[in-house]
Design a protein around this ligand. Sequence first.
Ligand SMILES: NC(=O)c1ccc[n+]([C@@H]2O[C@H](COP(=O)([O-])OP(=O)(O)OC[C@H]3O[C@@H](n4cnc5c(N)ncnc54)[C@H](OP(=O)(O)O)[C@@H]3O)[C@@H](O)[C@H]2O)c1
Length: 251
Amino acid sequence: MNSDKNRVTPKVWLITGCSTGFGRALAEAVLKQGDYLLATARKPEQLRALTKHYPETAKAVRLDVTVSQDIQAAVDTAIATFGRIDVLVNNAGYGLIGALEEVNDTDIRRQFETNFFGALRLIRTVLPLMRQQGSGHIVNMSSTAGLVGFGGSSIYCGAKFALEGTSEALAKEVKSFGIKVTLIEPGAFRTDFNGRSLAAAEQSIDAYVPVSGASLQWFKEMDGMSLIQEKLEWVKTDLDAWQQVTVSTDY
Ligand SMILES: NC(=O)c1ccc[n+]([C@@H]2O[C@H](COP(=O)([O-])OP(=O)(O)OC[C@H]3O[C@@H](n4cnc5c(N)ncnc54)[C@H](OP(=O)(O)O)[C@@H]3O)[C@@H](O)[C@H]2O)c1
């Protein structure tokens, strides 16, 4: 996983959502390469095998990213245990299937609380420390759905788009402090995402069955790179088509 052959000092990582999927795979990779990890999950008992295998370098704590106290406690534990945080990975998240008219206010807020505000809270909690360290790396797990809007999952896309824009701007805000920001935009991966981590709107409106059904299909089969290329070509075509009008508004 690490290509830096001159690297001597182990890094300290804090990863959210280490119970399964990407978070779990990354947690294992980090520990395997000799780094330190504050592994976090809503049910920390799911991390027992990790801490048992790496008792010196792994510590597990409970962290629900929608709970501010959990976030502060996790960051405090990382500092008390390892003295610093070099890499924060905002991985925790779930999908929400449903057209905008089908999802309710609670669905929408829960999705943003987890996939967007949770990540922001963690970032805002570690930034003072990373600034003080003069180094740090924030890794945000976005999605192809953070670059391409898909009908039938408008709120999932909205939360990931928000994460994209904020991360891009944040990278510029913190660059001079020695802090890097990275976005990861996976296509479909066979984690638990397409099963237990895919919530559906309670209300289904017949008129939206084609888009919501297509969205479910897309979550299962999406091909990240070609979809992003299609989006970029579409934006370019649109820009070209509107160029004269856009330029005419210059002052
Ligand atoms: N798999 C894909 O195809 C795909 C594609 C693009 C992007 N992603 C992104 O990848 C990330 C990880 O998903 P995955 O594919 O690895 O699926 P996963 O195996 O279902 O993992 C999701 C993780 O998020 C955690 N989580 C959910 N809500 C949480 C909360 N409120 N607080 C803390 N943890 C919470 C889950 O914890 P619990 O065990 O407690 O539920 C679980 O550890 C997500 O952000 C997802 O949007 C996935």
